[in-house]
Design a protein around this ligand. Structure first.
Ligand SMILES: O=C(O)c1[nH]c(=O)[nH]c(=O)c1Cl
Length: 312
């Protein structure tokens, strides 16, 4: 049984990796991911300069969920670009992901020009869906802005690139976003980011649980899986086959990975549970998924990827 997957002509020996933002902000965390059984890593979304992010408490974990309003704290693009280039020199056969999340079109273009002109040959994940920068509505819900960003990016960017999208909740929105994405040579689309601007209340203290934005933040964890699977499936049914799908959201166990792949994902990312369990998560998930595949007689993920059945 193999858990290998291929995206943009690159083969990953394991179809599971971290989600941007979780245990990937500094060299220590990234080195731990390199040492783990994850098939790849993605760096914390970068802005051109380092950012402190929102005031704490800005992240809270519940039993099967997390809420965060980090506000894009990161060490700046140079830090992550330096890390991935050094790693690429040390391990030329491994492909990884560099996430960028400019708070303006200018910032996104400046960062992508810098990456285009660098010796980095890996993937870029353009994050269009951060819900937590006060005063900055996320690009992913403004289809004209998504179109404009991609138009500008593909005027000059030639390396493998994908976008990280927010969850959509109306099938018409799946149609609209897919119609835009299908116009571009995207290597992948990653769906979903956290469900933005949810609210968690502590009934004992009668207070919200995070400081930024009066307690409003992005939700992750098991409770978002039905929305994540709907977005993975909705995009899988609409995107041209050369755009692969990375499924993110609600993965706790191997069976959740299986469901994401059944819905059409070629790779999955784990955020909340990875934050909770650490790098050993990838050993557990690989074991669980391998057992499920063996039980069902599947020897590779291509045997069942996207083959979700409906009633008709
Ligand atoms: O607040 C954040 O840093 C953050 N938090 C999220 O849940 N998703 C994102 O894309 C980002 Cl950039």
């Amino acid at each position: 049984t193999t858990l290998a997957t291929t995206i943009g002509g690159k083969t990953f020996d394991n179809c599971m990796m971290n989600a941007a933002g979780v245990r990937c902000q500094n060299k220590k965390d990234l080195d731990a991911l390199v040492q783990s059984n994850a098939g790849a890593y993605v760096t914390k979304s970068a802005t051109p300069q380092e950012r402190a992010g929102n005031p704490s408490p800005r992240m809270h974990t519940l039993l099967k969920a997390s809420i965060n309003s980090m506000g894009l704290p990161n060490n700046g693009l140079d830090y992550y670009l330096d890390y991935v280039i050094r790693d690429q020199q040390k391990r030329p056969d491994s492909t990884n992901f560099l996430s960028v999340a400019g708070t303006s079109l200018e910032d996104n273009l400046a960062m992508l020009h810098q990456i285009q002109d660098s010796e980095y040959t890996g993937f870029v994940e353009l994050n269009l869906s951060c819900p937590n920068v006060p005063g900055k509505p996320q690009v992913g819900y403004d289809f004209d802005r998504v179109h404009a960003v991609l138009e500008h990016v593909f005027d000059f960017y030639t390396k493998p690139l994908g976008v990280k999208l927010p969850p959509y909740f109306d099938l018409v929105h799946f149609d609209q976003i897919a119609a835009i994405l299908n116009q571009y040579p995207l290597t992948f689309v990653n769906s979903i980011n956290s469900i933005g601007n949810a609210l968690v209340v502590d009934p004992r203290s009668e207070q919200v649980v995070i400081r930024p934005k009066g307690g409003f933040g992005g939700i992750g964890g098991a409770i978002v899986k039905p929305t994540a699977l709907a977005n993975v499936r909705g995009l899988a049914l609409r995107l041209k086959p050369e755009i692969k799908i990375i499924g993110t959201g609600g993965i706790i166990n191997g069976v959740d990975v299986f469901e994401h792949i059944l819905c059409g994902a070629s790779m999955v990312q784990i955020g909340t549970q990875f934050g909770y369990e650490g790098p050993a998560l990838f050993d557990r998930l690989a074991k669980e998924l391998t057992e499920i595949m063996a039980e069902k007689g599947y020897s590779s993920i291509e045997d069942f990827r996207g083959k979700l059945k409906t009633f008709d």
